[in-house]
Write a protein that binds this ligand. Structure first.
Ligand code: AN7
Length: 397
């Protein structure tokens, strides 16, 4: 019912591969004409495995009940920015606190199908937290390579507590990924970074859930690091269109942090390949990535959907994080870049007023408490005395 196809040369590969002999990225392709769809787009019971007939697994899934994340409408922001409809899909409310869980439930299930006993990833944090959690659930051994000192503390804590072997390297994410790819190859460990096409299959359910709940928006805006998610979400919309469940696809809009924006540069220069950034830097450590492996897929998704790429500064990211927080949505810095990008694009006149926009908030506020304390400051200290507290409270209110 599905095969693993190279996006460059079209050659079919077997399930154990992460890239083609021509070096091209692989993608899962379904024979959509022969597929039996057994779900209804009725906006109910949203979760990754509602769409099982479009997921490439043969066995019982390893699941922690991922997906079904809330889609919040931000009426106040709509008024402020004069846009018809703005939604935020809060992927930070997945089991491990990020969208990665959608990919891991499929990736870990595939690891078991392939009789693997160990899994590994390089990570800016969320992938490692999610992989550690699903590996724990399934009884697989987990190895994690992190850029030392550059991963938000909540994510490290998750990877450690769920029992992964956590290794810090003196290098950045791109170095960690290069190393872990070779180690996996040599040690027969299953690689769960987003070069693994099965992981992206799980993540495409973000698109399915959006359609299920509100139909097709005009644009979907999401942060871009290793560029897997934007590719996955577009694939989801494209499949629904091929199945005639929708009649158009939304524009895919990718947002990068200024100090880590190779895809933005390629997009601006009209290139189909990126030039890696050697020393990526941003407060949004989740997307501190200079050599995104899925760049080719992402640039195609952006091009084919008539979308675009924008960059935002650390200052814009934090200000969007605060804005979301004031609307009751707690996210980590990288996630806020989607809303930071929306605000910038509206100011530049690149979003039509009559649009329905969905921003993807990719990860939870609790992931990166250290940045929060840095930007918000420590709590005030007042003596444990009713009168002192009373005078403090009345001063403020
Ligand atoms: C919160 O965890 O790459 O463009 O190793 O954690 O699909 O890479 C995380 C990426 C956006 C970017 N938002 O997604 C990792 C990792 C958050 C993230 C992204 C990440 P991709």
């Amino acid at each position: 019912m599905y095969s693993l196809v190279c996006i460059e040369c079209g050659k079919e590969n077997d399930e154990m591969k992460y890239k083609c002999i021509c070096d091209g990225l692989l993608e899962v392709r379904f024979d959509l004409s022969r597929l039996e769809i057994d779900f209804k787009l009725d906006g109910r019971d949203l979760k990754v495995w509602k769409y099982r007939s479009l997921l490439p697994v043969k066995s019982e899934p390893v699941t922690l009940k991922e997906g079904g994340t809330p889609l919040y409408r931000l009426e106040r922001l709509e008024k402020e920015l004069e846009i018809r409809r703005i939604y935020v899909k809060h992927e930070g409310l997945n089991p491990s606190g990020s969208f990665k869980d959608r990919g891991m439930t499929v990736g870990i299930t595939k690891a078991l199908e392939l009789k693997k006993t160990a899994v590994a990833c390089a990570s800016t944090g969320n992938t490692s937290a999610s992989m550690a959690m699903y590996a724990a659930k399934s009884g697989l051994k987990a190895f994690v390579l992190l850029p030392a000192g550059k991963v938000a503390i909540g994510k490290v804590a998750q990877a450690l507590m769920h029992g992964a072997e956590v290794i810090g390297i003196k290098g950045n994410f791109d170095d960690a990924l290069r190393i872990v790819r070779e180690v996996c190859e040599r040690a027969g460990i299953y690689l769960l970074n987003s070069v693994n096409p099965f992981r992206l299959e799980g993540q495409k359910t973000i698109a399915y859930e959006i359609v299920d709940e509100i139909g097709t928006p005009d644009a979907v805006i999401l942060p871009v690091g290793n560029a897997g998610n934007i590719s996955a979400v577009f694939k989801g919309f494209k499949e629904f269109k091929k199945l005639q469940l929708i009649d158009r696809v939304p524009k895919m809009i990718g947002i990068q942090a200024k100090g880590a924006a190779p895809i933005y540069r390629a997009f601006k220069e009209g290139e189909s390949k990126i030039t890696p950034v050697t020393n990526p830097e941003t407060i949004a450590t989740a997307i501190r990535i200079g050599n995104p492996v899925n760049a080719r897929k992402a640039l195609r998704a952006i091009h084919d959907s008539k979308g675009l790429v924008e960059v935002v500064s650390d200052h814009e990211i934090i200000s969007a994080q605060r804005k979301l927080a004031k609307n009751g949505i707690g996210v980590e810095p990288a996630s806020a870049s989607s809303v930071a990008g929306l605000i910038k694009l509206i100011r530049n006149g690149e979003i039509e007023r009559d649009s329905t926009i969905v921003c993807i908030a990719t990860g939870n506020l609790l992931k990166d408490p250290e940045t929060v304390i840095r930007v918000c400051g420590e709590p005030k200290m007042v003596e444990a005395d009713v009168e002192k507290i009373m005078s403090f409270v009345t001063q403020i209110s």
